[in-house]
Design a protein around this ligand. Structure first.
Ligand code: FMN
Length: 308
């Protein structure tokens, strides 16, 4: 009772002081909790990306800005789950016991990968396998988590034939005019030319598109462009993961670059303005008589510099 008697007059005399302290505390708490939201709102309103006009691209594709534009939404941070699965456990003891074996095994697996230019048309890998490997590519890191990629999976024989026609027509010009003598000479070891039979024999083609920018809805509900960061690098990393997933699933592929075929491929596959074709990957199984150039890879000492 004595405490209450002593405390009440003190509180009554200083209530304004306590109210100010409490208000400052609440404001700080609010700003700290919502600082990324406030920052994002500021960037959003200051942003000068132009609105798309009605001729600017094909907007028939659905762009879910809520899902694809995390940088304009408040994202909670959650604990990183260390025991993800039976096969992948970050706990220290397991890592120490198995890291060497697993890293060696993975090296041996990936060291057996080769670029294959002769495909068997059968058997056809199940669609589920193809979906799994593309899902795996989609786990790739990307600049500001923009995920600037589209993987167009083609199994339709007519479309594969059209892709082949486009690529062969451009590649003939590439080999004869655009690439120049040195480049053509440097490719001789691979015995490649503009004839790309594999674009029809492989059961699947994956054409990888990079998204140069994204789309989002602005406050007036109109679609506008939004920048994507490090798109090329992000898509290349995703392609590396895709190639390793293809190999891991027991299939083969060829990293092929559709130089100058982008516009025709985009038209054929009805891709929007923000996309650019960067790779064509035939995917399937090797032909029985498939051959590969007998090339060697650089040694560790040639590719690694250790600064201890
Ligand atoms: C970016 C890139 C572009 C490539 N473009 C082609 C191509 O257009 N045609 C082709 O036959 N091979 C192409 N290749 C495959 C390389 O020739 C092949 O990776 C290299 O010879 C090493 O052989 P390996 O993949 O069997 O280890 C390309 C590879 C990369 C990484």
């Amino acid at each position: 009772m004595q405490h209450v008697d002593m405390g009440l007059p003190f509180l009554a005399n200083n209530w304004l002081f306590f109210l100010i302290i409490f208000t400052i505390y609440l404001t700080c708490k609010f700003v700290y909790k919502h600082k990324s939201l406030l920052g994002n709102l500021k960037t959003y309103f200051n942003k000068s990306t132009p609105l798309l006009n009605s001729n600017d691209g094909d907007h028939s594709h659905s762009f879910n800005s809520q899902e694809t534009m995390p940088h304009i939404n408040y994202i909670h941070h959650i604990p990183f789950l260390i025991n993800i699965s039976k096969n992948h456990n970050y706990s220290k003891s397991l890592l120490l016991e198995t890291a060497i074996t697993r890293s060696k095994d993975y090296f041996n697996l990936m060291n057996s990968r080769r670029s294959i230019r002769f495909f068997s048309s059968k058997p056809v890998p199940p669609l589920e396998v193809m979906e799994n490997i593309i899902k795996t590519a989609g786990t790739s890191p990307s600049g500001a988590h923009c995920q600037p990629w589209t993987f167009v999976l083609i199994s339709n024989p007519r479309i594969k034939k059209e892709v082949r026609n486009i690529v062969e027509m451009e590649e003939e010009i590439n080999y004869k005019k655009r690439m120049g003598e040195k480049w053509v000479e440097d490719l001789k070891f691979a015995r490649t030319n503009w004839i790309k039979e594999y674009l029809e024999t492989a059961p699947y083609l994956i054409i990888v598109f990079k998204q140069v920018y994204g789309y989002q809805n602005n406050n007036e509900g109109m679609v506008e462009k939004t920048p994507f960061y490090y798109q090329e690098m992000s898509v290349c990393i995703a392609c590396g993961i895709l190639i390793s997933a293809i190999h891991n699933a027991g299939m083969v592929t060829l990293t092929s670059t559709p130089l100058n075929s982008n516009n025709k491929l985009k038209r054929l596959l009805n891709r929007p303005d923000n996309e650019k074709a960067i790779l064509i990957l035939p995917v399937g199984y090797p032909a029985k008589d498939a051959t590969v150039p007998n090339i060697k890879r650089k040694k560790l000492s040639d590719i690694m510099v250790h600064i201890d």
